[in-house]
Design a protein around this ligand. Structure first.
Ligand SMILES: *Cc1c(COP(=O)(O)O)cnc(C)c1O
Length: 434
């Protein structure tokens, strides 16, 4: 095999094969157990082998596993669409399915571009994105990505987009979130002022950049971005693939600032971490720009073989029912307060530069020197080695450079959260002090 986002030379030195799981622990083929400290890459809310979710799939199997959504629909996909329209902010009424976060972003971009095209505007064809942003790995999603380490090689393959600064208060010369926010908004305004006639849409990860290093935006920034998009007649796309379904303590991260996008993408936790289903949700206004006689050629020519898969949609429905039944989102709010209390102790550690958290999405930035904020030498791979130590100590996670990631399943109990953070702390101490 050739594993995703993996230097196989690293893997071969430390192979790992997962065989089974129970709750928030997974077990490898040697029988060693690990806490799933990153929710299997950010997508598992309830833990593994949740009875209700297993049951939903078995039940759907008695009916049908898959039929296409090209030109027809099916029951779970239809019911799930209704549910998503209900859960997303007012005004989002139409659901377009796909099967990964990246495809939900591709769809958002093509949809935004063709919206203007169908309305007769042929000049709005560019996108604005945030520096350090991440929206998935397909070519379109990479074109609106701006993470050098992942994206630089592919530059010759990409379409151009405007990359505006993202507010990162810890690394801003003033260190002040409000100054940083205003500066970034002013730069965005300048780009929009000069280029809005050629810009179809802006895309942003709401409230927090995930893969970019768990960077939480200062409050008021998202609202400011929304206001500028409206002012300059640019569609506003929020990528909720990482933040959606309660990860930040609200059903969607846009709820923190009462923001309503024109297009919202979602994936990861939608199916409870079981199956690949993603969705791009949009407004009636955008939907109607594609609705016409076939011969007008306004159709949205996009689709994937497994779009709207019944097993996936059935488990997604069961997942969202569990959110209500178990009052999962209020739980996230309480647990995130518990986690921030535990994280206070981490502030004392010699090499913890900055702790960032929203809900159960946490990043701990390691630095060589706390005073000067000087990073560790890149090639030392401190984040990688610290995470490898955590694995040895019984917890799985994946860092973003030297930012350690803690994204436990939302249903983790307080004692589980405590145990996971104890492992993190021990690993940080052992690796950074050696
Ligand atoms: C993970 C992620 C994606 C990509 O989702 P995949 O399902 O891995 O393709 C897109 N956007 C954001 C914000 C993400 O965190």
């Amino acid at each position: 095999m050739w594993l995703p986002f993996t230097q196989m030379k690293d893997y071969n030195q430390n192979p790992l094969i997962i065989e089974s799981a129970e709750g928030i622990k997974v077990k490898d083929t040697e029988g060693k157990e690990y806490y799933d400290g990153f929710s299997s890459v950010w997508l598992n809310p309830h833990g593994h082998r949740k009875a209700e979710l297993d049951q939903a799939i078995r039940q759907q199997l008695e009916m049908i596993a898959h039929s296409t959504l090209l030109g027809m629909t099916n029951i779970p996909a239809t019911e799930l669409a209704e549910k998503l329209v209900h859960l997303t902010p007012e005004g989002l009424t139409r659901v377009f399915y796909s099967d990964s976060g990246a495809t939900s972003v591709e769809i958002a971009l093509k949809m935004a571009f063709q919206y203007w095209y169908n309305k007769g505007n042929r000049s709005k064809k560019k996108f604005v994105t945030m520096k350090n942003g991440y929206h998935g790995d397909t070519i379109g999603a990479v074109s609106v990505g701006a993470l050098d380490i992942f994206h630089k090689v592919y530059q010759p393959l990409l379409f151009d987009s405007f990359k505006v600064p993202y507010p990162y208060p810890y690394r801003h010369p003033s260190g002040d979130p409000e100054t940083c926010r205003e500066e970034c908004l002013a730069e965005l305004q300048q780009v929009l002022e000069q280029h809005h006639e050629e810009i179809a849409a802006l895309i942003v990860e709401p409230m927090i950049q995930g893969a970019g290093g768990m960077i939480v935006m200062p409050s008021g920034f998202l609202k400011g971005v929304e206001r500028l998009c409206r002012q300059y007649n640019v569609l506003f796309i929020t990528d909720e693939v990482a933040t959606g379904f309660g990860r930040t303590g609200e059903m969607f991260a846009v709820n923190h600032e009462g923001v309503i996008p024109d297009i919202m993408t979602m994936g990861k936790m939608l199916t409870g971490g079981y199956l690949p289903v993603a969705a791009t949700v949009t407004t009636e206004e955008i939907y109607q720009a594609f609705y016409a006689d076939y011969t007008e050629l306004k159709t949205f020519f996009h689709g994937h073989s497994y779009t709207g898969n019944q097993l996936g949609c059935a488990v997604a429905l069961a997942n969202l029912e569990l959110y209500e039944k178990e009052k999962l989102i209020p739980q996230v709010q309480e647990k995130s307060t518990f986690v921030s209390t535990l994280l206070e102790e981490f502030q004392q550690l010699e090499h913890i530069g900055n702790i960032r958290q929203i809900g159960l999405m946490v990043g701990l930035e390691l630095v060589q020197n706390k005073e000067s904020k000087e990073p560790f030498e890149w090639a030392k791979r401190m984040g990688y080695h610290t995470s490898l130590k955590m694995r040895e100590l019984g917890m799985l996670t994946r860092p973003m450079g030297d930012t350690l990631v803690f994204m436990p399943p939302l249903a983790s109990t307080e004692s589980e959260l405590e145990a996971m953070l104890a492992i993190m702390k021990q690993a940080i101490q052992q690796v950074t002090n050696s």
